[in-house]
Design a protein around this ligand. Structure first.
Ligand SMILES: [Zn+2]
Length: 323
């Protein structure tokens, strides 16, 4: 597996605080009055869509399952061909290996950093065959601006020390290290990905530009879900627990590896119920909602990372994936 990690310049790892002034709406604790996306309480099968673009060259066919991608979104690619033995994409100096599915060729995720400049990019998919031959299929990918909102956050005096760029850099480095250890197997199952709190109300959105205490600019690397202290939080999908521990900003954290460069993180727990190395099923309780880390009130902060980029967890959950 070859996954190149990029270090976004200003990405940080923020959760809610005492007073969050949302533009253009106002928030109270961990929640906001953002319009609530409709999220099913129980996972329903996502039908496989037709590809948006089909490119056939020589022995291989590349299917692209998106017309364009916004900053922070993830797209799916698929290659098929007789005798195919592997595929790898090249995008903006990043290499990502595709993964094989039985009798269904190879699939690859293209994840776009929330800080990727919006413009057209070259996408090259290198495929190779059991007989040793290779070919490249090239196309263009449009990255569209994400339309992220701005938030002004005021930390309480006893939490203000957490508005520290160095703390954020250190915490980001820890996540980058975790995400760089990619499992070569697909660990999620046919039930796909679901909300960690079924039916939970999404509040503060992924990707928001945040300013803390008028001094520190940062980004929101996940979605917040309204929750009460002690509420159980479930694994989005099957996988392996690869981290449990305390971080200054994220609080008590659980990270689950779903394979193929996909990780989910669960934050601010009051208690965690799993240990590192444990195999978990979709929907298994990982811990209880808390207010640890950079938060003034109990809520749940959910992140998805794909190929080293924090991405929009809701968009990723709702896209069709081979299972
Ligand atoms: Zn958050």
């Amino acid at each position: 597996m070859h996954v190149s990690l990029k270090r976004p310049a200003l990405i940080s790892l923020i959760c809610l605080s005492v007073l969050v002034s949302l533009l253009p709406v106002t928030a109270q604790d961990g929640g906001t009055t953002m319009p609530t996306p409709v999220v099913p309480a129980t996972p329903t099968p996502i039908p496989k869509p037709p590809p948006t673009t089909v490119l056939t060259e020589e022995r291989a066919t590349l299917e692209v399952y998106f017309a364009s991608l916004e900053q922070g979104q993830t797209g799916l690619l698929h290659v098929m061909g007789d005798g195919l033995a592997g595929a790898r994409l090249s995008f903006a100096n990043t290499l990502v290996d595709f993964f094989s599915m039985p009798d269904d060729g190879y699939y690859g995720f293209l994840s776009i950093s929330m800080e990727q400049t919006a413009r057209n990019y070259d996408l090259d998919v290198l495929v190779w065959y059991a007989d040793g031959t290779r070919q490249t299929i090239s196309t263009k990918i449009e990255v569209v601006i994400g339309g992220f909102i701005k938030q002004v956050v005021t930390l309480a005096p006893d939490k203000s020390y957490l508005a520290d760029p160095e703390l954020e850099r250190n915490e980001l480095a820890k996540f980058e290290s975790i995400f760089s250890n990619v499992s070569p197997d697909k660990l999620w199952d046919a039930s796909g990905f679901q909300m960690p709190i079924p039916g939970g109300e999404l509040t503060s959105p992924f990707g928001a530009f945040r300013n803390f205490n008028g001094t520190m600019d940062t980004r929101h690397t996940g979605w917040d879900i309204r929750a009460t202290l002690g509420q159980p939080v479930m694994a989005s999908a099957a996988g392996t627990v690869v981290y449990t521990g305390f971080m200054d900003i994220h609080g008590n954290v659980v990270v689950v590896d779903h394979g193929m460069g996909v990780f989910t993180t669960y934050n601010h727990f009051s208690q965690t119920h799993v240990t590192r190395g444990q195999t978990i099923t979709a929907g298994q309780v990982l811990g209880l909602v808390g207010a640890t880390g950079r938060t003034s009130g109990a809520h749940f902060h959910w992140e998805v990372a794909v190929n080293g980029n924090f991405v929009d967890a809701v968009q990723f959950m709702n896209m069709w994936k081979p299972g």
